[in-house]
Design a protein around this ligand. Structure first.
Ligand code: PGA
Length: 252
């Protein structure tokens, strides 16, 4: 059984005070939500306060990026041990906004992923195609390249510690979501890649989240798909009411 994950990616939103207030409000919701794991990803400046507020609860705290080096002359970057020191449990790696705004490559994603695993963090690795790829029928090829490059050199036991997020770039922040069937098809494709590379047991256990304009009114349809193991949510994770509705997505 794959336990679903509902993760909020706050991107460049929320002050420290807003973060703490949100977590205090979401803790009782997460405490009752035995059907899923709850994770929030505040900006770097609010991580330590978030972890303190979340302490002893079942709200996981994720960073939105990581550097692969232990320390060094990397202005603006954050080392794995610093995230652990701040109290992080998870880290998002290879989000499309990092890939597009900062030119992040699959090779860098791979280095970040290995560093996160070595530090004991749970990585949420993002993959996804742009609209032109989808329209020209190249989705499978693009995802294969991202998967093989990003996850290169991982052992099956390392692979078993990661969470994958499939986020079609054309659906992020656009209000345009993949249909549940379309998302499920792509999740199947990713699970096949995992099977070929890491084996049956690991492939059937890995959680694959969907991301891209997930909202309270479409989460039920997405989560009804056997292949979809949770959601990585941007916009709709910023308000307590809407994140609460996402955590308590309709279940049979
Ligand atoms: P969105 O963002 O839910 O606002 O589309 C998702 C994401 O970028 O992780």
């Amino acid at each position: 059984m794959r336990k679903p994950v509902i993760a909020g990616n706050w991107k460049m939103y929320k002050t420290i005070a807003e973060t703490v207030d949100f977590i205090e409000k979401i803790k009782p919701v997460a405490a009752k939500a035995e059907h899923c794991e709850v994770v929030v990803a505040p900006p770097f400046t609010a991580l330590a306060a978030a972890a303190l507020a979340a302490k002893g609860s079942n709200v996981g705290v994720s960073a939105q990026d990581i550097h692969w080096d232990k320390e060094g002359a990397h202005t603006g970057d954050i080392a794995p041990a610093m995230l652990v020191d701040a109290g992080c449990t998870h880290v998002i790696i290879g989000h499309s906004e990092r890939r597009h705004d900062h030119g992040e490559t699959d090779e860098q994603v791979n280095r970040k992923l290995k560093a996160a695993l070595a530090a004991g963090l749970a990585p949420i690795v993002c993959v996804g195609e742009i609209l032109a790829d989808r329209e020209s029928g190249r989705t499978g090829e693009v995802l294969k390249t991202q998967f093989e490059g990003g996850l290169a050199g991982l052992t099956p036991s390392e692979f078993s510690r990661i969470i994958i997020a499939y986020e079609p770039v054309w659906a992020i922040g656009t209000g345009r979501t993949a249909t549940p069937e379309m998302a499920a098809d792509t999740h199947r494709l990713l699970r096949d890649l995992a099977r070929q590379k890491f084996g049956e047991k690991e492939a059937s256990a890995v959680r694959i989240l969907y991301g891209g304009s997930v909202k309270p009114d479409n989460v039920g349809g997405l989560m009804a798909q056997e292949e979809i193991d949770g959601a990585l949510v941007g916009g709709a994770s910023l308000k307590v009411d809407s994140f609460t509705a996402l955590i308590n997505y309709p279940r049979k």
